[in-house]
Each structure stands twice: as C-alpha cells, then as structure tokens.
Design a binder for this molecule. Structure first.
Ligand SMILES: [Zn+2]
Length: 98
C-alpha cells in the first residue's frame, strides 16, 4: 500500500526527521548553512495537521525555529519487514520523499 498521507505514514510506523536548508546571516553577512535538525513526532503531526495531509505538502507547513526558513528537508525512517529469526532486530531504512 503506498504511503501518501500523514495517516498512512503513521499507520506504517514511519518516523520523520527534518534538516533545515536555510542560510544564517549575522549582521547582514552570510554566516553559513543553518542545518538545524529535529526529530519530529509523527503522532503530533497527525494530531495537528490531520491524517489526510499529503506528505508532499508537509515541508511547506514547517518552519525552522532557528533561522525562520521554510526550506526544510524531510527524511523518513521506514521500518523494514522483520527478518525471520531475527525479530528483535529492527532495521530502519531512510526514505527521501520529495
Ligand atoms: Zn534553519
């Protein structure tokens, strides 16, 4: 089943991290990339944005708390199918949804 919305991702156990792509300026001089990172709570996102929000629309709803940029990259951590005999080992792969 394709994961297209926040609700789908929540049901599938995805986790989401952000990385800011904005630029920091100090006294009008370019200081460098912001790079602020955060682990977002998928559950909180579903509570606040609703299950129906498409994942493709999520980045534009986010804003970096450090530099105020809306240029935010999202990385989804997707749980892989459990390997038989090694069920205690949870392997996560990272999926990049543009
Ligand atoms: Zn930032």
């Amino acid at each position: 089943m394709p994961v297209l919305t926040l609700g789908d991702a929540f049901d599938a156990g995805w986790r989401v991290r952000t990385k800011c792509l904005g630029l920091l300026y100090v006294e009008d001089k370019l200081f460098g990339g912001c790079g602020e990172k955060c682990d977002l709570s998928m559950e909180t996102l579903v509570w606040t944005r609703g299950r129906a929000l498409p994942l493709s629309k999520l980045p534009e709803r986010l804003k970096c708390p450090r530099c105020g940029s809306r240029r935010v990259r999202l990385l989804y951590d997707v749980p892989s199918e459990p390997i038989s005999g090694e069920e205690s080992v949870q392997v996560w792969s990272t999926k990049d949804v543009e």
